[in-house]
Ligand binder design. Structure first.
Ligand SMILES: [Zn+2]
Length: 175
């Protein structure tokens, strides 16, 4: 029996494959063909990728074009665009696409990817040598009146103060 009441999707960028991905986990991993192309250059990752694909644990998908454009616009605003590869943009778009319908998290150690994910309110997980340990999610809060907002707005609708960002929670994820 599987427990897929609320499906959890982990969207992987190249750094996720390179550093301590929990290959024995239960989540469905998603990535894009651009990322796979990048990772497949390393021979040692090919066997792992093939195993994950055969076990149907890894799915390769393309994000919708309009979502990709939206990510590009946001990355331009946050000045991260020059630091993002096509592969980076593609996984941000895929994660944004899935975050609209289920629980999607980006797995990446790339600072620009994390920064854009944060701006788009997509939770992200940094990878670590021993695997993914902490869930990081940012929320916006108003330094004026103290109210928190989960939506991607720049100023407080109540008092007009420019919002700041902070960590909402950090919890252990068990594999
Ligand atoms: Zn306020």
């Amino acid at each position: 029996m599987t427990t897929e009441a609320k499906s959890k999707v982990l969207v992987l960028d190249a750094t996720a494959f390179y550093s301590g991905l929990p290959y024995a986990g239960l989540e469905i991993y998603k990535t894009t063909k651009q990322v796979l192309k990048e990772v497949s250059r390393g021979i040692k990752y090919q066997a792992i990728i093939n195993t994950l694909l055969e076990a149907k644990r890894l799915e390769v998908e393309e994000p919708p074009v309009e979502v990709y454009q939206k990510v590009k616009e946001v990355a331009l605003k946050t000045n991260d665009l020059p630091y993002l590869s096509e592969a980076d943009l593609s996984i941000l778009a895929l994660a944004l696409h899935y975050s609209r319908k289920c629980d999607a998290t980006i797995v990446s150690d790339d600072y620009a990817v994390q920064n854009v994910a944060q701006t788009l309110n997509i939770p992200f997980l940094p990878t670590m040598s021993k695997g993914i340990k902490k869930m990081v999610k940012w929320i916006r809060y108003c330094p004026g009146c103290g109210k928190s907002y989960a939506t991607n707005i720049r100023s407080c609708p109540i008092c007009g103060t420019t919002l700041k960002r902070k960590f909402q929670s950090s919890k252990e994820i068990n594999y």
